[in-house]
Design a protein around this ligand. Structure first.
Ligand code: FES
Length: 70
């Protein structure tokens, strides 16, 4: 893994972006810290994902999200 910004597109969901970078609102995301950014347009907390993509029926290519333990 590199020390730079890493972007992973989740299937039917957000972009998981790993810092370091600065959001438009000035919030700094530290190296190694992850933020879920909306790519469906339905979030009420843009640029962050708030899970609204599920109710919106957003469909897009990407990697499957990690499975939650049973
Ligand atoms: S991608 Fe999750 S709310 Fe838009």
């Amino acid at each position: 893994m590199s020390d730079g910004v890493h972007i992973e597109l989740r299937k039917d969901g957000p972009a998981i972006v790993t810092g370091p970078f600065t959001l438009d609102d000035g919030v700094e995301v530290a190296a190694g810290e992850k933020v879920a950014l909306c790519r469906c347009g339905a979030s009420g907390r843009k640029p962050r994902c708030d899970g609204a993509h599920k109710a919106a029926g957003f469909e897009a290519a990407g990697v499957e999200p990690p499975r939650k333990p049973d």
